[in-house]
Design a protein around this ligand. Structure first.
Ligand SMILES: [Zn+2]
Length: 432
């Protein structure tokens, strides 16, 4: 049940000892990059100033902005000649971020992804279809190399073209998928429309869902629709991509591989560490990457450490599913909330479909929230029943959000669908 039993079940003492060794080596390496040379010199830090993992706090944070300002090669810790791949973010605002990889980095990354996939039961006898975009998006090549390393027959189907995806799933007898959660429900809907029952007419059994925050309720829905087990995966391009953290078969938190990264959770305002179990911003330090180490990188992702040991026997810490990025937080009428809180409520109603859209708009002098959600197929068009349902959903939303949104139940298929990441929030507010 383990890809690398020795490392996955290493005692905490030995794991932390390994982290300290690797942290010191990483600092020596990072000093070769123009950015970290300057930071370390200014703060009087070298590997000699690190005596325990607690000394990590002496090192300043690294932010996305630092990556942008040192675009493209200012973070490189090895000569560019030694790098064999570059991934870059889309950079819709300002310079994109660049991550460089040596061959060793790519081998380690593939191992990390293979470890995750093995953990959820994927084996070399499986057919793994990857519906991620390829190219610069790390979900493509990241899963491709991981699945190949594992030995699965890997189908780089890439994103979109739902009918072709279904044909591949049937013809190639695909057993495992990597897919964005909103697209998984879309894929299931199209299957049913085409008369394909995923339980009877496909061999699907395991899917890896990630790249978009989603609620437990949405996961359950995907599992039910496709007749599979769905596992939550987390990655980010600055930390290579997929493989950073992944659920085990317990489906209770994501193991984060601490032989690859050191995990901290901080209060995003005071920047002080929060207690285990408290929500905060995830900060990661790479300790097994050579071309471009990152020290105390502020991910902007909000999560918490789950206390206690996992029954699966792995000793690496578990983090909770993501609330969203601190950038996704909606501030409406002074209330802070996340789209995933709304999704959690909506998905509890079997009368509702999986597609919804939140619009923030200015009405008169005040900001309002409109939630449009599609009805499921099963449901009635009886006006009084719909009215009762609307009332009940609003009541539950109000209890969760502490404000009252407007709610519109719409017919199935009337909201826009994306084959990539779903757009869940439209902000049309005017600044008054
Ligand atoms: Zn576990």
């Amino acid at each position: 049940m383990y890809w690398q039993q020795d490392i996955e079940t290493l005692s905490r003492d030995r794991l932390e000892k390994l982290q300290l060794e690797r942290l010191k080596a990483t600092l020596d390496l990072a000093y070769n990059s123009p950015f970290y040379k300057k930071t370390m010199d200014e703060n009087g830090i070298s590997s000699d100033s690190i005596h325990s993992l607690d000394d990590l706090k002496k090192i300043p944070f690294t932010t996305k902005n630092d990556l942008r300002e040192h675009y493209p090669y200012g973070m490189a810790a090895v000569p560019i000649k030694q790098c064999v791949r570059l991934h870059s973010s889309s950079g819709t605002t300002g310079n994109p971020t660049v991550v460089l990889h040596s061959q060793k980095d790519l081998d380690e990354w593939a191992n990390q992804v293979a470890r995750c996939m093995y953990m959820v039961g994927i084996r070399d006898t499986d057919v793994f279809q990857n519906t991620s975009g390829y190219g610069m998006f790390t979900g493509g090549l990241g899963f491709q190399y991981g699945a190949e390393k594992l030995g699965a027959l890997t189908v780089p189907a890439a994103a979109g073209n739902t009918k072709r995806q279904i044909k591949f799933i049937r013809d190639f007898e695909t057993t495992c998928l990597h897919i964005i959660p909103s697209y998984a429900t879309r894929l299931a809907e199209v299957m049913y429309e085409e008369g394909v029952d995923p339980r009877k007419n496909t061999k699907l059994k395991i899917i890896c869902i990630g790249a978009e925050p989603h609620s437990e309720e949405q996961r359950k829905r995907i599992e039910q629709l496709l007749g599979v087990k769905a596992y939550n995966c987390f990655g980010m391009s600055e930390m290579n991509g997929p493989g950073v953290a992944f659920e085990c078969t317990e489906q209770n938190g994501l193991h984060i591989w601490e032989d690859y990264v050191i995990v901290e959770i901080i209060d995003p305002v005071t920047l002080k560490p929060v207690k285990d179990g408290e929500l905060g911003e995830l900060v990661l330090t790479t300790i097994n990457r050579e071309a471009m180490p990152l020290l105390r990188y502020r991910t902007r992702d909000l999560t918490r450490i789950l206390p206690g040991n996992c029954p699966c026997g792995r000793t690496h810490k578990r983090i909770a599913r993501f609330q969203g990025r601190s950038d996704d937080m909606i501030i409406l009428k002074g209330v802070n909330l996340f789209p995933i809180q709304i999704e959690t409520i909506l998905m509890q109603f079997k009368e509702l479909g999986s597609n919804y859209l939140i619009t923030l708009e200015t009405v008169g002098n005040s900001d309002e929230m409109l939630i449009e959600v599609e009805l499921s197929d099963l449901f009635t068009d009886d006006y009084s029943v719909l009215q009762g349902l609307t009332k009940e959903i609003i009541r539950q939303l109000r209890d969760e959000l502490l404000l009252t949104p407007r709610l519109k139940l719409v017919a199935r298929g009337s909201l826009p669908v994306q084959e990539g990441k779903a757009i869940r929030v439209k902000d049309l507010r005017k600044i008054i």
